[in-house]
Design a binder for this molecule. Structure first.
Ligand code: 5AD
Ligand code: SF4
Length: 446
C-alpha cells in the first residue's frame, strides 16, 4: 500500500533548457520529487509544481528562461497554489536576484543543491520561499552524482565528471557548475552493468571535459582506462563520450580508436576558432596546428571517424583574417556536424572585459557564411555514404511511422524499413540516399 508521502497525487511539470548534463539533472529532479508524491506531466496547466532547469552558457538561453517564467506567472494568477521553482545555471548565477526580478518564483536552487529540493518543496508547500545556491565540498558532491534515469531504450547517458577547471575566457561554466570533479569509477561501472541488464547497448559518457577524467585523484583510472573497463561490461556494444577539450586529448585516447572496436567512430572536438590569435585570447591552451595534428592522428587511428565541433563567431577582436582561418580550418577538418554560436558576453568571465567593437549584424553575417560552407560540406560528406553498408544500432520507430531509425558508429542517423524485433540489434543497412542531417537506407538482406 502507498503511504501518504509516496502517493503520486501531485503534478510536476519540468522544463529543461540547455545541454545533456541538464537533461540528466532533470531526470534526477523527477526522481527526487517522485519521492514527495509528484508525478511528471506534459501539460503545465495541470501542474501543482513547475520546475525550470535552466542554462546560462549564452545570453539567449538565459533570456528564454525569463520569457518562459512570464507564462508561468500567468498560470499562477489562475492557480494561486502553483509552486514555481528555478534550478540550473541561471539559478546558480542569479540566486536571490531571481526572486527579486520574478517575485512569483518560490524556489531557487543551484547546480549543487538538487539534494535540498525535498525540504525546499515542502517549505514552499507551506508558503515559504527559499533560495539555495551555495557550492558544496567535493566529498559531498561525490555522493550526489545524478544516476542515469530509468530507460526503456537501448542508449543511455552516464555522467562521469562534472564542472570545469579550464576557465576559457568566454565561458561561464566554471562559475555556475563549479570546479571539476570525477565520479567514483566503481559507481560508474555499477550503473553501466545495471543499464546493460535493462537492455541498454550503447553508453554515452558525459562530462564538461571527459578527457581529464580521473587525472586529479590518486588511484582512479584515467579516461582511456575507464573506456576499456566499460567496453568490457557484458552486453555493452558501443561506447561514446562528450565533450572533449583538444588540449587534454592524449595519444593514449587516440590509440583507443585504433584498438577498441566498441569505441564509436565519432569525436566531438570543439575547436572554437581556427585562428591562433583568437585561440590565445580565448585561453584555449592549443594552437591551430596542434589541433590539426590531433585531428590527423584520430583519422589515422580510425579512418572512418566523424569529427564534430563547436565554433564561436565574433569573439572580441576577431578580424576578417581570423574568421577566414576558421573557415579554412573547417575545410581541413571536414566536420560531420558543426555547432556554431555568436559570441555572447557572460558575466564574471575574463572576456567580458575585452573591447568588442564588431556590430551584431557583422557577427551575424559571418555566422551565415559559416553556415553556408558547413551545409555544403555536411551534404557532400553524407552523400559519400551512399552505396556503403553501415552497422546501425536500431533505436526505435522513426517519426514517419512506417520507418525505423538508428545511428551508425559515426553518429549519423539512418532511417529504413524494418521491424520492432530489430530494436537493440546492430544491423547492416545499405545507404541509398543522403540529406544534410539524415541518411536513408534499406536493410541488407544478405
Ligand atoms: N558565447 C558563445 N558561445 C559560447 N559557448 C560557450 N560559451 C559561449 C559564449 N560566451 C559555446 C562553446 C561551447 C558550447 C557548449 O557553447 O562553443 O563549446
Ligand atoms: Fe567552458 Fe572551456 Fe570548460 Fe568547456 S573547457 S566548459 S568551454 S571553460
Amino acid at each position: 500500500m502507498l503511504n501518504e508521502t509516496t502517493k503520486q497525487d501531485k503534478n510536476l511539470f519540468l522544463e529543461t533548457f540547455g545541454c545533456q548534463m541538464n537533461v540528466n539533472d532533470s531526470e534526477k529532479i523527477a526522481g527526487i520529487l517522485k519521492g514527495l508524491g509528484y508525478r511528471t506531466i506534459e501539460n503545465p496547466e495541470e501542474a501543482d509544481l513547475v520546475i525550470l532547469n535552466t542554462c546560462s552558457v549564452r545570453a539567449r538561453a538565459e533570456r528564454k528562461v525569463y520569457g518562459h517564467l512570464g507564462r508561468y506567472k500567468a498560470l499562477k494568477k489562475r492557480n494561486g497554489r502553483l509552486i514555481i521553482g528555478v534550478g540550473g545555471c541561471v539559478a546558480q548565477q542569479e540566486g536571490e536576484r531571481l526572486l527579486q526580478n520574478a517575485p512569483f518564483v518560490d524556489i531557487v536552487f543551484g547546480t549543487h543543491n538538487l539534494h535540498l529540493l525535498p525540504e525546499m518543496v515542502r517549505a514552499a508547500e507551506s508558503g515559504e520561499k527559499r533560495t539555495e545556491v551555495s557550492f558544496i565540498d567535493n566529498e559531498q558532491r561525490l555522493d550526489l552524482f545524478p544516476p542515469a534515469g530509468e530507460t526503456a531504450g537501448v542508449t543511455a547517458f552516464v555522467t562521469i565528471m562534472q564542472g570545469c577547471d579550464n576557465f576559457c575566457s568566454y565561458c561561464i561554466v566554471p562559475y555556475v557548475r563549479g570546479r571539476e570533479i570525477s565520479r567514483r569509477p566503481e559507481e560508474i561501472l555499477e550503473e553501466i552493468r545495471r543499464l546493460s541488464d535493462q537492455g541498454v547497448r550503447e553508453i554515452t559518457l558525459l562530462g564538461q571535459n571527459v578527457n581529464s577524467y580521473g587525472l586529479k585523484i590518486a588511484g582512479y583510472p584515467n579516461f582511456p582506462e575507464l573506456i576499456q573497463k566499460i567496453a568490457d561490461v557484458s552486453g555493452i556494444e558501443r561506447v561514446r563520450f562528450t565533450t572533449s577539450h583538444p588540449k587534454d586529448l592524449s595519444s593514449e585516447l587516440v590509440e583507443c580508436f585504433a584498438q577498441l572496436p566498441k569505441l564509436c567512430s565519432h569525436m566531438h572536438l570543439p575547436a572554437q576558432s581556427g585562428s591562433d590569435a583568437v585561440l590565445a585570447a580565448m585561453r584555449r591552451g592549443y594552437t591551430r596546428d596542434e589541433y590539426l595534428v590531433k585531428v590527423d592522428a584520430l583519422k589515422k587511428a580510425r579512418p572512418d571517424i566523424q569529427i564534430t565541433g563547436d565554433i564561436i563567431v565574433g569573439f572580441p577582436g576577431e578580424s576578417e583574417d581570423d574568421f577566414e582561418q576558421t573557415l579554412s580550418l573547417m575545410q581541413e577538418v571536414g566536420y560531420a556536424d558543426l555547432f556554431s554560436f555568436i559570441y555572447s558576453k557572460r558575466p564574471e568571465t575574463k572576456a567580458a572585459e575585452f573591447q568588442d567593437s564588431m556590430t551584431y549584424e557583422e557577427k551575424h553575417a559571418r555566422l551565415a557564411r559559416l553556415h553556408a560552407l558547413q551545409s555544403d560540406m555536411a551534404l557532400e560528406r553524407n552523400e559519400s555514404f551512399v552505396g556503403t553498408l553501415q552497422g546501425v544500432l536500431v533505436e526505435g520507430r522513426s517519426r514517419r511511422g512506417d520507418q525505423w531509425y538508428g545511428r551508425t558508429s559515426g553518429n549519423r542517423i539512418v532511417t529504413f524499413a524494418g521491424e520492432g524485433s530489430l530494436v537493440g540489434e546492430i544491423v547492416d543497412v545499405r545507404i541509398i540516399r543522403a540529406h544534410q542531417t539524415l541518411l536513408l537506407g534499406e536493410l541488407n538482406q544478405g
